[in-house]
Ligand binder design. Structure first.
Ligand SMILES: Nc1ncnc2c1ncn2[C@@H]1O[C@H](COP(=O)(O)OP(=O)(O)OP(=O)(O)O)[C@@H](O)[C@H]1O
Ligand SMILES: [Mg+2]
Length: 451
């Protein structure tokens, strides 16, 4: 079974670590934001708007639109996007990338975006398969000489008796199934399934009837009901990108790529077209259902005109994820041009935006967020230290304060304490610059650095 490969995309460390305290959007059942909940503090309006986005996404009502989180640095844009991902649940693909990540020396920008887009679209596939299922009552495996090596004995056939509450069947199986039975260590009392078409064997668990002591670490299941041979429904979730890769592997490279495990870097547009066609057919035949996920592009202003146009064009298609972007820029150049525009985005994209703005935090809110972060890092913080961090949060940025807190925590713990003190914070803040300071610092040397 193939499951979704990535839920959060290839996120650099900072973005994962810094938001690990967020469990959701912290809304009550009417969609109202609780002041502090699910790791989120304040930013009530933005969180409630994000809640609506989640609702619309789940109902499939966001197609053709993109969401933009806009606000000054350190006001929780990325945090809220992470909250949206948590709210959508595990079945819904969520891919996160930064505007900077699309620039690669190996691949075209549009290819990186296309792949991310397809990773953000899930397909729930329903399939009926004819299977034999039951509790193993007896199993007799016949061994014989291997065709390839006469000195080795391998399973050649087996006789197996399967029982359900209502039925019983004895099956004679060939070498393929017999080998799997041996490899999986199947024995009496196990509940197993054998696919009637491809002979794949899987173990469901150990039958309740067969467990005498409560010592087994395997999952205990009831003896199945109904006939032994039956049609059973299976569902799996894959992404369009998973399907692209499967088809591409089957097509290209042949034996060579199988042996060497060569991964094709780029997927042929033809393959994608084939996959789309197949998926549409499945949907029409009621065998599959599309689950549009979310593609979150952080620091969207880092994308250039080519990437941005690609996105607005892609949004016209049918198989598109919900696109959420975040930016901390106001009116600025569209990257790659001299044209100024809101958020550095071209008109055709602006037209589709649903904008959620985030505001600066109050001092108290900064304090709450810092306390949550301290708890997340498993460390206490004394009142004075917290006041200093709040100052830093106000004066510089929340992000800086969160970082200093993290480092101060490591320092305190390495000195055998489990509480951050005023001194820890002061010392760390003195040693580490924020961006503004670092720029000032470099300015001093500019003359020297450039010569
Ligand atoms: N409302 C909030 N509740 C809890 N934690 C928050 C909240 N807002 C921000 N944080 C945390 O504060 C830090 C900075 O916020 P975040 O990175 O989300 O800001 P941002 O708006 O994305 O900033 P930038 O524009 O610089 O990307 C992160 O660790 C984040 O998880
Ligand atoms: Mg951010």
């Amino acid at each position: 079974m193939v499951e979704i490969e990535e839920v959060s995309g290839s996120s650099p460390f900072e973005r994962v670590g810094a938001h690990s305290h967020i469990r959701g959007l912290g809304l009550d059942k009417d969609g109202k934001a609780r002041p502090v909940a699910d790791g989120l503090v304040g930013q009530i309006r933005a969180r409630e708007a994000a809640g609506l986005v989640v609702k619309m996404a789940k109902e499939g009502k966001l197609s053709g639109k993109a969401i933009l989180l806009a606000g000054p640095p350190g006001t929780g844009k990325t945090a809220i996007a992470v909250g949206i991902a948590r709210e959508l649940g595990e079945d819904v693909p969520f891919i996160q990338l930064s505007g900077a990540e699309i620039y690669s020396t190996e691949r075209k920008k549009t290819e990186v975006l296309m792949e991310a887009m397809r990773k953000a679209i899930g397909v729930r596939i329903r399939e009926f398969r004819r299977v034999y299922e039951g509790e193993v009552m007896s199993l007799d495996v016949k061994m014989g000489s291997s065709v390839y090596n006469p000195f080795i004995k391998v399973p050649q056939s087996a006789t197996i008796k399967l029982k359900t509450r209502d039925d019983e069947k004895t099956l004679k199986v060939g070498p393929n199934v017999a080998r799997q039975l041996v490899e999986l260590g199947i024995s009496e009392g196990d509940v197993i399934m054998i696919d009637s078409e491809d002979g794949r064997v899987s173990k469901v668990g150990v039958s309740k009837e067969a467990v005498m002591f409560d010592l087994t670490s395997e999952s205990v299941v009831p003896r199945p009901e109904g006939p032994v041979l039956k049609d059973k429904e299976f569902t799996y979730i894959v992404t369009l990108d998973d399907l692209d890769r499967m088809v591409s592997r089957r097509r290209g490279g042949g034996l060579f790529s199988l042996i060497l495990g060569v991964e094709t870097k780029e997927i042929d547009p033809e393959v994608r077209a084939m996959v789309d066609k197949q998926v549409r057919e499945w949907v029409e035949q009621n065998k599959a259902e599309i689950i549009p996920g979310v593609m979150f592009i952080d620091d969207a202003h880092l994308m250039d005109i080519e990437a941005l146009s690609f996105i607005s064009r892609a949004m016209e298609g049918e198989l598109v994820p919900i696109i959420i972007m975040a930016t901390n820029r106001g009116i600025t150049n569209i990257r790659g041009t001299d044209v100024k525009a809101p958020f550095g985005m071209p008109l055709d994209l602006l037209d589709r935006l649903v904008i959620i703005t985030t505001d600066k935090y109050t001092r108290d809110e900064v304090g709450e967020i810092l306390k949550i972060r301290a708890a997340e890092e498993g460390i206490d913080i004394d009142d004075k230290a917290l006041e200093i961090l709040k100052d830093e949060g106000e004066r510089r940025s929340l992000r800086y304060a969160v970082q200093i807190l993290g480092i101060a925590g490591v320092k305190a713990r390495s000195e055998g304490r489990d509480k951050i003190t005023e001194e820890d914070v002061k010392e760390v803040a003195e040693r580490f610059s924020d961006v503004k300071d670092a720029i000032q610092h470099l300015k001093k040397y500019e003359g020297e650095l450039l010569t």
